[in-house]
Design a protein around this ligand. Structure first.
Ligand code: ADP
Length: 590
């Protein structure tokens, strides 16, 4: 899978793809009712707005010259009632459109989130998380704004345009034609800038995405940044990306901003043309009220046009965002249940690799026909140089990736034909950088089994020696920690994750042992915790500490995607091969 970083733009969408828009109707359709209400009240508001000049025209041309006070009062009351009706309709529209818009956001986010959770690790490995985040937050917001509001506005503005033209023709067809003559000029202008406008918004979306990617990476890597005193260097990158994002925005909106003056010029020009032609050609038949009302209509005629051109901008950004959102939703779930997949029964924990071939990137083999058998209850230490394939082996036990060849069997069942849920729910996985979720310590332990009682959580913590440090925290088990568990030491985070795993009582345990050094006291507790965890289950440990390795029933030395040596500690020491060298060098170091 091609990899993307914060300083690489994503591919620009090719053409204007209307199918993306059609697809978005799935979301619009669910909120037909509020959207239809919004549409109807908007039409009423438009008609109210159009009736107003009629009252004015009658007042100026008839009631005032006739000094007809009664009719003038009725016209005044008509104006007030029409304005109130218009205001109520606008209020109803805002509310219904907001409800529909927020519902569309909620539905899209739910779909994207549910899909993200099914995606294979490759997807997350291949792009910055900030670029995923911006799709879920910003892009969905903009898209829903258009789908719920902008789209209706575009239709309404078009209707409004037709209605205004209708009213103008009703009032004076000759003058109406004068106003319409500005239309082709405006059309030509829009056609000329259309392509540049679309490009500019696509570039802006890319630059914004790059900026978010870098920002999100910076928050996650803040400790390393400060540790290496890279603040100045990173600030410069940030400044540069922020400048690119700002420039992208300024370029895009300056094209939009060109539309307004052009519309204004055409609008004013047609109004003056209307006065001139009115005076020259219709001098004898024309009343002042008609000229004033026609000028009012001519002024309004250009409002919907301007609004449509703004909505059009929103439409093209929406298209490019929709494309990104649907791209994410279409991302294939490659690691999934095959048709007819059966759930694994309750397992004993017997694991067998049969000639397993695996590669992350096509053509670069990472595991080369790995075969071994781990009987239920065995603890297997995986040792060897970095990049040899140890973590890959343990990832394949949990079926995080698909194999290129061979089989992984659990209790004799090929796991590629078993349901993912039945595999992973019987497995406990603890990665090197223990992840702590935001919430209380108790919530974090309960993550292992949601229906566990407080007592069961505390009992698990006690068994892995985590209880002592938890009780010393300001609020004990109710102490709130953030998602990185900043207030806990590395060792404490490990003990906490041991408690979480013990609670879930998996039959197979996978442990990527942390390499970070921890104080001797906690180290002893961690070792005791691991011993407790290993009881009554099959375990695979990517082990770094001699004490852990020695406690395992079997050691596999992995080198360059193959098992170079396997056996107990004593057997391998006697053999005086790779493991012996590793052991002796660690012993010397320690
Ligand atoms: P170990 O755990 O022994 O240090 P790994 O199993 O993590 O080694 O990695 C084995 C090889 O696979 C390495 O060459 C590594 O660069 C590569 N690798 C690991 N993870 C990925 C990944 N997500 N995408 C591509 N290559 C990977």
């Amino acid at each position: 899978m091609a990899r993307n970083t914060y300083n690489v733009d994503e591919d620009l969408e090719k053409g204007f793809d209307i199918s993306q828009f059609k697809r978005s109707f799935v979301y619009i359709r669910r909120y037909k009712k509020p959207l239809i209400i919004a549409f109807i009240v908007s039409i009423i508001a438009i008609i109210c707005g159009l009736i107003l000049p009629l009252f004015t025209e009658h007042a100026i041309d008839t009631y005032i010259p006739d000094k007809d006070i009664k009719s003038l009062l009725i016209a005044g009351a008509g104006i007030v009632l029409t304005v109130i009706a218009q205001a109520i309709c606008n209020k109803v529209r805002s509310r219904t459109v907001t409800i529909a818009g927020q519902s569309i956001i909620r539905d899209m986010r739910r779909d994207v989130y549910e899909h993200l959770q099914k995606l294979p690790f490759d997807y997350f490995d291949s792009r910055p998380h900030g670029k995923i985040l911006i799709r879920v937050i910003n892009n969905i917001n903009s898209v829903s704004d258009f789908l719920s509001n902008g789209f209706i506005s575009m239709i309404l503005e078009t209707i409004s345009l037709v209605l205004i033209a209708g009213f103008m023709f009703y009032m004076h067809s000759g003058l109406a034609l004068v106003v319409l003559c500005g239309f082709p000029v405006f059309g030509l202008f829009m056609f000329a800038i259309k392509k540049a406008q679309r490009r500019a918004w696509q570039i802006q979306a890319n630059k914004q995405s790059n900026y978010t990617a870098y920002f999100s990476e910076s928050i996650n890597g803040e400790r390393v940044t400060q540790g290496f005193a890279r603040e100045k260097y990173n600030s410069d990158i940030n400044k540069d990306l922020a400048a690119q994002a700002s420039k992208g925005y300024v370029d895009a909106v300056s094209l939009n901003h060109a539309v307004w003056p052009v519309t204004m010029i055409i609008s004013k020009f047609t109004i003056y043309l209307l006065y001139i032609i009115g005076v020259i050609y219709f001098r004898d038949t024309l009343k002042v009220g008609i000229i004033i009302s026609m000028a009012a209509y001519a002024g309004r005629f250009w409002n919907p046009i301007q609004n449509i051109s703004n909505q059009y901008n929103q439409l093209i950004t929406t298209m490019s965002y929709l494309e990104r959102i649907f791209q994410l939703l279409d991302e294939p779930v490659t690691v999934t249940d095959v048709p007819g997949a059966e759930p694994l029964p309750d397992i004993k924990g017997d694991v067998e690799f049969k000639d397993v071939l695996f590669e992350y990137e096509k053509g670069i083999p990472v595991l080369k026909e790995v075969s071994f058998h781990a009987a239920a209850g065995e603890s297997i230490a995986l040792v060897g140089p970095t990049g040899a394939g140890k973590s890959t082996i343990v990832n394949l036990v949990s079926r995080f990736y698909n194999l290129k060849g061979g089989q992984v069997l659990i209790d004799g069942h090929d796991i590629s034909k078993a349901t993912l849920l039945s595999i992973r729910s019987q497995m406990g996985i603890m990665l090197q950088d223990t992840f702590i979720f935001s919430g209380t310590i108790m919530d974090n332990i309960r993550y292992g089994r949601l229906d566990a009682t407080d007592e069961e959580c505390i009992a698990a913590a006690k068994r892995v020696f985590a209880n002592d440090f938890i009780e010393k925290l300001p609020n004990g088990y109710q102490t709130v920690v953030n998602e990185r568990g900043d207030m806990l030491s590395a060792g404490q985070r490990q003990l906490l994750s041991f408690a979480r795993t013990l609670l879930s009582d998996p039959k197979i345990l996978i442990l990527d042992e942390a390499t970070s050094s921890i104080d001797t006291n906690t180290e002893l507790l961690v070792q005791e915790g691991i011993k407790e965890l290993l009881k009554n289950r099959t375990s695979f440990i990517v082990a770094h500490r001699i004490s852990t390795i020695k406690n395992c029933t079997r050691i596999m030395y992995i080198s360059d995607g193959e098992i170079a040596e396997a056996g107990s500690h004593d057997e391998l020491m006697e053999k005086k091969g790779y493991y012996y060298d590793l052991y002796m060098s660690q012993l010397t170091n320690e």
